[in-house]
Design a protein. Structure first.
Ligand code: RI2
Length: 317
């Protein structure tokens, strides 16, 4: 698929989910590199940096996207003699990112499943393949549990989640977002995904997640986050905040109605921030950690150097 097509699909959320957009961007970069026609290495580098920046600019919040682009672009930072050798190295970097990302989801499932017990009631929000893999793996392990899945206005990603749970035969109650606190007393643990995790362990995820965390905290219900290590945000070490994407109001209120209400403005932030105090555990492919250990993941597993913040892939998270 062309880079511009992939970028458009990420923007319109036809391709969505923090892990999926990272893999789609890397696959598009790999294809773009392979199809590069000229033999001029300087031109090749320039073109790859241009399309890398274009993909990064599609959605601002999911750190998985710039991290993934940076991880593969880093393979071009050494001296490269020819376009052919650059293409080969880059292709290997892309394939290795994609398979590591798929493996990470699988591994998170294995680790996360250990936290689900017979008779549990688990609540999940939005459609996170990492969080869902924990549920699916627990089910494969023979654990008997049930799920509450939220609707997730305005994108209705809950519909994707209940389809997966239904296909696996996991008994699930589908609820509107505002019913979370009402049901929380019946819930044993919450498992959600993440679009980004900052150095202090704060979790950025689909809008509504922080309200769910508050309700879980009030009910003394454990709150787990399933997040691949490449969702941790290195730039937050420098004190930078993660930008919260705000999308078109028409996703919430049809324009036909909005135009009859001239004094009404629709606000549509699509993510919020859950402070680390409300998070019990973050399940990564390297193991489950308390949020306070987020720095270790950035330092030891992402392998970022401070110099990388000014690296060639441009504006990294
Ligand atoms: P995985 C999604 O964002 C949701 O917020 C979800 O929790 C998160 O990405 C992580 O998803 P969106 O693209 O990577 O629906 O675990 O806005 O699939």
């Amino acid at each position: 698929m062309l880079v511009t097509d992939t970028a458009e699909k990420i923007k319109t959320m036809e391709i969505r989910g923090a892990g999926r957009i990272a893999r789609a961007a890397v696959a598009a970069l790999g294809a773009h590199s392979a199809a590069f026609p000229s033999r001029d290495i300087a031109e090749y580098r320039k073109e790859m940096s241009r399309v890398a920046a274009l993909l990064i600019a599609t959605r601002p919040t999911a750190v998985s996207l710039p991290n993934a682009v940076h991880l593969v672009m880093r393979s071009l930072s050494t001296e490269l003699l020819s376009v052919a050798s650059a293409q080969e190295i880059f292709s290997r970097a892309c394939q290795s990112f994609i398979s590591a990302s798929e493996h990470a989801v699988h591994r998170i499932g294995e680790v996360g499943a250990r936290h689900i017990r017979d008779g549990d009631v688990v609540l999940t929000h939005c459609n996170s393949e990492a969080a869902l893999e924990c549920l699916l793996q627990a089910h494969r392990n023979g654990v008997s549990f049930s799920v509450f899945a939220t609707e997730v206005r305005p994108g209705n990603q809950g519909l994707l989640t209940i389809r997966v749970l239904n296909d696996a035969g996991i008994p699930t109650s589908y609820i509107v977002d505002s019913a979370v606190r009402y049901f929380m007393k019946e819930v044993d643990r919450v498992i959600v995904g993440a679009d980004a995790v900052s150095v202090n362990g704060a979790v950025v995820n689909k809008i509504g997640t922080s309200q769910i965390a508050l309700a879980a905290n009030e009910a003394r219900t454990r709150f787990l986050v399933a997040a691949e290590t490449y969702k941790f945000a290195p730039r937050t070490i420098l004190g930078e905040f993660i930008e919260i994407e705000e999308r078109e109001g028409s996703e919430v209120l049809p324009e036909s109605i909005a135009k009859t209400l001239p004094f009404i403005t629709v606000r549509n932030p699509v993510f919020d921030v859950t402070p680390p105090e409300y998070v019990d555990l973050i399940v990564t492919e390297e193991g489950a950690i308390p949020p306070q250990m987020a720095y270790i993941i950035i330092r030891d597993y992402l392998g970022w150097e401070i110099g990388d913040f000014h690296g060639q892939a441009g504006k990294i998270p």
